[in-house]
Ligand binder design. Sequence first.
Ligand SMILES: [Zn+2]
Length: 527
Amino acid sequence: MSDRASILARAEETLRPLHLAASHAWWDSSTSATEEHERQRVEAELALSDALADPDLYREVSSARENGAEGIARRELDLLYHGLVPNQVPAEIRHRIVELEASVDSRFTQHRATVLGRQVDDNEIRAILRESDDVAERREAWEGSKTVGAAVADDVRELARLRNEAARGLGYRDWFALAVDTMEMDEGRLFETLGECDRVTAAPFARWKAETDVEVARRFGCGVEELRPWHYEDVFFQEVPVTGSVDTSEAFAGADVVALARSTFDGIALETGPILDRSDLFPRDRKSQHAFCIDIDREGDVRVLANVEHDSYWADTMLHELGHGVFDLGFDRSLPWLLREAHLTVTEGIAIMMGALAQESSWLRDVAGLDSAEADSLDAALRRRLAAESLVFVRWVLVMTNFERALYADPEADLSRTWWELVARYQLLTPPGHRSEPDWAAKIHVACAPVYYHTYLYGHLVANQVRAALEREAGGLVGRSAAGAFLVERLFRPGQSVRWDRLVEQATGEPLGATHLARTIEAGLGR
Ligand SMILES: [Zn+2]
């Protein structure tokens, strides 16, 4: 066995069982938040990060990488290297980071806001902001959604300091720079892409927002200038308000969104049964309120955690999470274990593309069984909403990514002020007066999925670009088995054997950009 092969074999032998244990522990603590499970999770994550911190392995991998490895072995070494780098920091700092992340995450899982003297979960807050015409109640619900921020803010700042200390010890400017680099992204290129996205969305977003504000102000009988964040329906304004937009609830009356998601994938010849059998899909106490998909073992044990209610939101979410799931089931099993994973941007792209189906007229007709004439009559409004969602989401990512860059540039800064400046600039929201609460910390990603949000933006770009390629090459998506085959062959099977940006370019025939996103927006809103 060559030196290089033995390094890779040893790395896999060490990391694989630790990875497996950490996945199980994560699943257990998310489905049942007990002290015991949290302890096990921290232990498993520490063991994995201890292994990734091994200085000998790091030295061996670095030198093997410099000795001209190519092809599959080079990809393995690259991924291994990028996994090792963030862990080459003193054990004390590393341990403190893992413990703090787990503690913050657990507080998010257990936190319940109080609205009108009653404890409510995230689904109830969402319901109030969707349905209530009582502005005082809405304001309490919105403010309640932020109380978790105050509970964790000090620790989130501390996490940023610790991450920066770790990054600087490795020669990076700060954690932001390290995170982007080890995700195989170029920071300059990232901000060029953000700039491109800002340019193609600024004017249509401003137009859409002005029209929406007129509707929202009419609903609450106030002036447009009186609108504040709680007048909208999402606590971060990261989703399009349902009000004044198209109503697809008829398609979901009495529907089973899990079954709908399943038959969507059946229609493109991608199996989801093995995933659903292992999943935990409905709300319960002491269970994570979020949704995620996890590949436990890279050998077919793929699961989804969700808190399904039978509505459009959860239809989107189930399609999204199962989009991740079929990706994980689609890796070429003959690939080395290290390469049997997806780059975040590409798997997010597929998940976003699948989730978006829940608001396409053809999906509502062919999968959800909406009357054909009804579906046709909704088509223009649905395209408009899809465009609006892209706009709203891109503007939100601009807030998050710019905020995170600022957070790591200076964790001691007046972050509430930075947050609201970005929200006003990119989302065109009017900040509540005199608010100095740490609202930025109420977004779980800032603490627990740091410097991750821009991958969603790339995901949006991938979704639009892959969708365009499917229209061209498979005649569409819903009900097209050729679409499933395209996805498996060109995007799922290769895993990480090809670098993500090259993979997208190979699959779609063009480098990743905002062209197709701009077209989706134009098709929905007009010029
Ligand atoms: Zn996702």
